[in-house]
Design a protein around this ligand. Structure first.
Ligand SMILES: Nc1ncnc2[nH]cnc12
Ligand SMILES: [Zn+2]
Length: 334
């Protein structure tokens, strides 16, 4: 099954590129930029990745990304991830990035965009990996800051496929960003948002009603509101679920307790993703594998999850049809 899952053409819709920073690269970039790290070794970094909740992770996530300073750093970060992703059978990656987390450190928007888009072009050329870029706003920062970033992004809109909303969820409801997302919509940008990861089901409702999002990142807490589940099912709103992340951030205690089987039984449009693979113990393939081990899903179930992701990805229609055809031909008998 492992080889079969590896070969299955998989699409990643929920990936924070800063969360793909492996400790080895963190050390290499720290050295390149003359930055000293609060860790003596790669093993010490990994040992620190023991989280109680989303905030305890975010503290290390923002600390770790301080090694990213130049366009080459952003490029190398993304290339490092694309190389691993394509080797585990990922055929399309939608990477989100947090411009405010870099602007606040004095790293220009142009620097971030140059590095990331150069890596995206390289991935397409070198590995035939298609990519899309999601610019995320930090919900624990003022909405005015998000509006200012959106303004700064205007010369780059051709290169940005969607906007998102991430960082500390509790106490930062989607309603705070209604104006920002309305502006993004007026600029023709599709919208996604983290909701119902640590925050309540009502945040998912707000994201749909006030931000007009086409996908919900995480969304696992929708199960606390049966009317919302019915709405998500009827409209087939995709949820980008990240099982390993939910375990590591203690959204669920154990993978066996994860609501994924219930979400599937409810008829929701579910996709499997990695979120922050360097921090949560694995990429897309590992997330598929852990579900296979915990839930014993069969091959057609994994094919339908992979198909969901292709169907709702920000990709050219021609590319979508090619990938759907590949999936249709993919063998499902053992
Ligand atoms: N899982 C997550 N939730 C919210 N914000 C994030 N930023 C990076 N990873 C995140
Ligand atoms: Zn996320």
């Amino acid at each position: 099954m492992k080889d079969w899952l590896k070969d299955l053409p998989k699409v990643e819709l929920h990936l924070h590129i800063e969360g793909s920073l492996e400790p080895e690269l963190m050390f290499a970039l720290a050295e390149r930029n003359g930055i000293s790290l609060p860790y003596a070794s790669v093993d010490e970094v990994r040992a620190a990745y023991d989280f109680n909740d989303l905030q305890s992770f975010l503290n290390l996530y923002y600390q770790g990304m301080a090694v990213l300073r130049t366009a080459d750093d952003f490029h190398d970060l993304a290339i490092d991830y694309f190389r691993r992703a394509q080797a585990e059978g990922v055929v399309h990656v939608e990477l989100s990035f947090d411009p405010q987390a870099h602007l606040s450190r004095g790293i220009g928007f142009d620097v971030q965009m140059e590095g990331l888009t150069r890596a995206m072009r390289h991935a397409e050329r070198e590995w035939g990996l298609s990519t899309a870029l999601i610019m995320s706003f930090l919900r624990d920062q003022p909405a005015e800051d998000a509006l200012a970033v959106l303004e700064q992004a205007e010369p780059y809109l051709e290169l940005i496929d969607a906007v998102g909303l991430d960082s500390a969820e509790s106490g930062n409801p989607p309603s705070k960003f209604a104006e920002v997302f309305a502006r993004a919509k007026s600029l023709g940008l599709p919208r996604v948002a983290h909701a119902g990861e640590e925050g309540p089901a009502s945040y998912i409702r707000e994201a749909l009603n006030l931000l007009d999002v086409c996908r919900i990142d995480h969304g696992v807490r929708c199960l606390e509101d049966s009317d919302l589940v019915a709405r998500l099912r009827d409209a087939q709103i995709p949820l980008t679920v990240c099982p390993l992340s939910n375990v590591r951030l203690k959204v669920v205690e154990r993978i066996q307790d994860h609501p994924l089987p219930t979400l599937l039984e409810a008829g929701l449009k579910i996709t499997l993703n990695s979120d922050d693979p360097a921090y949560f113990g694995g990429g897309v393939l590992d997330n598929y594998l852990v579900c296979e081990q915990a839930f014993g899903w069969d091959r057609p179930t994994f094919v339908s999850l992979a198909r969901n992701a292709i169907e709702v990805a920000f990709m050219e229609e021609g590319r979508r049809q090619v990938l759907l055809a590949r999936l249709d031909e993919f063998p499902t008998s053992a």
